[in-house]
Design a protein around this ligand. Structure first.
Ligand SMILES: [Zn+2]
Length: 497
């Protein structure tokens, strides 16, 4: 009998690695290689088989899977289909356990078991803006794993069964909404899923908050900020709010401080309030969370589940795995998925802190953790290193600079061309909702200097707005995800109409 995996029991690094290598070998042998068209071909092409992986170090022999492998081309418009496991009944029915089950419980029960394990019944889509969304399929087996992952997010965040929770992630076929929904069910606490700003407007969300008095507020940071800001303006009391869980966007320290400040204005205890971030992606079919940490201290990072997947950090230029604690690109390998399966998937997301195997200083769990800041590829494409006025601007940096700026509430960076002429120079307009009572001219000067100090650019104009106008600019209630960067530069037409 294999020992039952207790995700939070003490496992030394060497045992985790040995267990994962063994698990991966078995998974390749019995699940992935017999039934995945993509990996059958890939292993064949490289002269590999399940026995090629003896230790975790051998994982490096396996080529990466990238976003491009999943995206369609003219020749192969739907390559994601090759990543979906298609079981072969002949292979399955000859397995010894299966023969025994058929003898004991009949063929119908065997069929039912296979259906539950392999038949796709649910899907979520990738959320990148520049690429076609790619579907990731789930079987019943995967939905059970999604619930396990969701429950662990709850445990790491320190949830309590008696907590009332408001899930305000957008109602969409995206991982964040569904993981949160299943987390509530699996953990067994009251979870109300409002559908986000597009389904339930800011003021309707406030009505819900009055009725429900949630202890935990979950969602995308920009939306949560607007809801809490409006709550303050309406003089709402929300003194039982004790935890804010964020997902779908990077979370800066400045943003945590702002949310904590707003919660304080609503009557919640600033000392007791936790503001925790999560990190996940469609291809992993799971997310990981931070545990509660001292306000004066640093986050202990995202607590990983080594029994459900392998996370590697690689040097993006050489593709080599880097030692623990070193920065690099996050690469993910499934260990127990059915439906759509990826191995050594390059996320394009970068962590500046890498992985640590040290016990968590706060919750003392001994599982691996992803530490430091993560820059997400979906944001990088949109936000990073854009050429403005001939200068390369790092929008990840600019985002931190603005989130951490004093007296600034919500903000948006708008890119335009002078006179809206595509051949003209770029201009940067900074839209700002200032916090009460600050002199505009002075704040304008400070912000301009601050932007220049960290990113080498001066915004062309800084415009101040009230909350309603800021919500309109960011698309609160209109867009699935609120916009912090709006690129309104006209494109130069390349084809005649
Ligand atoms: Zn911890």
């Amino acid at each position: 009998m294999k020992p039952r995996w207790n995700p939070w029991s003490h496992w030394p690094e060497i045992d985790i690695r040995r267990w994962q290598a063994q698990r991966l070998g078995e998974y390749l042998r019995t699940v992935v290689l017999p039934f995945s068209a993509h990996y059958q071909d890939l292993f064949h092409e490289h002269g590999l088989n399940a026995d090629s992986i003896d230790t975790l170090g051998d994982l490096e022999r396996l080529p990466f899977t990238t976003k491009t492998d999943l995206l369609g081309t003219g020749e192969n418009p739907q390559p994601f289909r090759d990543f979906i496991l298609v079981p072969d009944e002949k292979i399955l029915s000859h397995r010894s356990g299966v023969v025994l089950q058929a003898l004991l419980h009949g063929r119908a029960s065997v069929r039912e078991k296979f259906e539950a394990e392999f038949r796709p019944i649910f899907m979520t889509f990738t959320t990148g803006r520049s690429a076609e969304p790619v579907p990731f399929l789930y079987s019943k087996h995967d939905l059970a794993r999604l619930a396990v992952a969701g429950r662990r997010v709850m445990e790491v965040c320190g949830a309590r069964a008696e907590d009332r929770m408001l899930n305000s992630f957008p109602y969409a076929p995206h991982l964040a909404f569904w993981l949160t929904h299943y987390a509530g069910v699996a953990f067994g606490s009251m979870m109300f899923s409002s559908g986000g700003g597009k389904v339930t407007s800011t003021s309707e969300t406030l009505r819900l908050i009055r009725k429900l008095k949630p202890d935990v507020f979950i969602g995308i940071p920009t939306f949560l900020y607007h809801v809490m800001h409006q709550a303050v303006e309406e003089g709402l009391r929300w003194d039982n709010l004790r935890c804010i869980v964020l997902g779908g966007e990077k979370v800066s320290d400045g943003l945590r401080q702002k949310l904590r400040h707003l919660a304080g204005e609503l009557g919640a205890s600033r000392e007791r309030l936790e503001v925790l971030a999560t990190y996940g992606f469609t291809e992993a079919k799971m997310a990981w969370a931070e545990c509660p940490f001292a306000q004066s201290g640093l986050s202990a990072g995202y607590h990983l589940y080594p029994d459900l997947g392998i996370v590697e950090i690689i040097d993006p230029r050489t593709g080599k795995v880097v030692p623990n604690g070193q920065p690099g690109e996050i690469v993910f390998t499934q260990l127990d998925a059915r439906g759509s399966v990826v191995l050594r998937y390059r996320t394009g997301d970068f962590t500046d802190g890498g992985i640590t195997m040290e016990p968590c200083p706060y919750c003392h769990r001994t599982m691996p953790r992803l530490i430091g800041n993560i820059s997400r590829s979906s944001e990088i494409r949109q936000m990073n290193l854009d050429k403005i006025k001939g200068t390369l601007v790092d929008f990840n940096e600019l985002e931190h600079v603005l989130d951490d700026a004093p007296h600034v509430g919500a903000w948006q960076v708008e890119l335009r061309k002078v006179n809206d002429d595509p051949h003209e120079l770029d201009e940067i307009i900074l839209h700002v909702e200032k916090n009460n009572g600050v002199n505009e001219a002075q704040l304008s000067r400070e912000l301009s200097e601050r932007c220049y100090r960290y990113t080498d650019i001066h915004p062309n104009r800084i415009l101040f707005h009230d909350t309603a106008e800021m919500q309109r600019l960011q698309g609160v209630g209109k867009l699935i995800k609120e916009q912090k960067l709006a690129d309104h530069r006209p494109q130069i037409a390349t084809t005649s109409p």
